[in-house]
Design a protein around this ligand. Structure first.
Ligand code: AMP
Ligand code: GLY
Length: 420
């Protein structure tokens, strides 16, 4: 197949590596991609990938059998819409259905209509009226800005004044929700969706905070692992429950409203003592969870993405996953998730990639003139490892990470520790 993958990061690198591993002779282009994706032998193209007009022109000039949209920005910008209208198979929802990620208020309404289990929430319009709502919900306080806020819109805090200040910051920009605090382990579970039917992938756990022990500010994700041996009832029963109570009702609700969801339904879940609750939906593959989920995927990814794009998921069996665990440790630049220092040299990548059971995915790197590497962003790259068990996978991931040098580089040392 001729496949176009849109997006610049490690998630797209993982998708590309999974497509290459099919050995199906796909011709893959990634736009814009990154230097790591190019080093994997894939053509990268400098394209305004969040601009529907630019992408549509490129696709009609070059011709593709499948377009895979990685990040949320092009989805919310409506890149899928003209492609789908023009008959191109696209994996990624139209802008209206992408509101499931783009607007927390929209997502809450869909969940309510579909009867999906989620925490209580209330809209607040200004700081003056927020106090009474916060007191009603009690501490810890959860305050969420509507709309894409690059991870900065959500505040979870014990500090009532900070919660009110967060409302004051975001209320002028749109709706703000106060939510019931949900206590428990977080799970990310993805489903392929074709507008009507869904096919599950397998659960992973993300590490959102910057520091060990889940301390410090939220990030895009500093690590992940899969499977989750502690899931109540085991993986199979858990996946089936979420499919029946969350994924199918959500996709059917969107279809009934005339905004069918075709793409990747990311269910962000918390396992509470009272049962599983949805804390958020995303309309795309999670990063870095995708890197570990696809590292375990044994079925051909392209078959599912194409079937979803063509409304034919019901014809496919559920994909299978290796029993071997996988994990990823993310390397970030100094200062991340605040102001980051970039442009620094990275060394040791070849030695890291040579560790048994390890491969690297690049998020923000560039080549130097003499063939070296520099870091160009916050999250720089990830070390993905597999092993017969988590102890082995952890040993491999961290010995690879220890081969890599980046001045001021940060990574968590406790990824998958709770399961090893
Ligand atoms: P979100 O962008 O909605 O996923 O929120 C970012 C992070 O905030 C989540 O990954 C959770 O760690 C935390 N969070 C969000 N909503 C809640 C909630 N209702 N209760 C507890 N933690 C939450
Ligand atoms: N790792 C969290 C996300 O992709 O939203």
């Amino acid at each position: 197949m001729k496949i176009l993958v849109l997006g610049p990061g490690a998630r797209e690198h993982a998708i590309v590596l999974s497509l290459l591993s099919e050995d199906a002779g796909h011709s893959i282009v990634c736009a814009p991609g990154n230097a790591g994706i190019a080093a994997s032998g894939v053509e990268t193209v400098d394209l305004a990938f969040t601009d529907p007009t630019a992408v549509t022109k490129y696709v009609s000039d070059r011709g593709f059998d499948l377009v895979i949209i990685g990040p949320e920005a092009p989805l919310v910008a409506g890149v899928a819409d003209p492609l789908r209208a023009g008959g191109v198979p696209v994996f990624g929802p139209n802008a209206d259905a992408a509101q499931l990620e783009g607007s927390k208020a929209f997502a809450k309404r869909i969940m309510d209509e579909a009867g999906v289990p989620t925490g209580r929430a209330a809209k607040v319009t200004d700081a003056a009226s927020a106090g009474a709502v916060l007191d009603d919900f009690g501490a810890p306080y959860v305050v969420k800005a509507d709309g894409l806020a690059a991870g900065k819109g959500v505040l979870v805090t014990e500090d009532r004044d900070a919660a009110i200040a967060h409302v004051a910051t975001w209320a002028p920009h749109g709706e703000v929700l106060v939510e019931e605090f949900l206590d428990g382990q977080e799970v990310s579970l993805f489903f392929f969706a074709d507008g009507r039917d869904v096919v599950p992938l397998t659960p992973a756990q993300d590490y959102k905070r910057i520091f060990d022990g889940d301390q410090g500010p939220n990030t895009g994700g500093m690590g992940a692992y899969s499977p989750l041996p502690w899931l109540p009832g085991g993986t199979e029963a858990f996946v089936e429950e979420i499919k029946q109570t969350v994924a199918i009702p959500t996709v059917r609700q969107l279809a009934d409203e005339g905004t069918p969801f075709i793409g990747l339904l990311y269910c962000g879940l918390i396992v509470t003592p009272k049962g599983v609750r949805v804390i958020e939906f995303n309309a795309r593959f999670g990063d870095p969870e995708t890197q570990v989920v696809l590292a375990r995927l044994e079925s051909p990814l392209s078959a599912y993405l194409l079937a979803a794009a063509q409304g034919e998921l019901a014809s496919l069996p559920e994909p299978t996953f290796s029993d071997e665990p996988a994990m990823i440790v993310v390397l970030a630049s100094e200062g991340y998730p605040g102001d980051t220092t970039t442009g620094r040299e990275i060394t040791g990548l070849d030695a890291a990639a040579a560790v048994t059971g390890v491969h690297l995915v690049h998020a923000a790197t560039a080549r130097t003139e003499n063939g070296g590497w520099i870091a160009t962003g916050g999250r720089v790259l990830g070390v993905v490892s597999r092993g017969q068990n988590f102890a082995e996978a952890r040993g491999r991931a961290y010995s690879a990470m220890n081969e890599i040098d980046l001045e001021g580089g940060q990574f968590r040392s406790d990824i998958a520790e709770r399961v090893a």
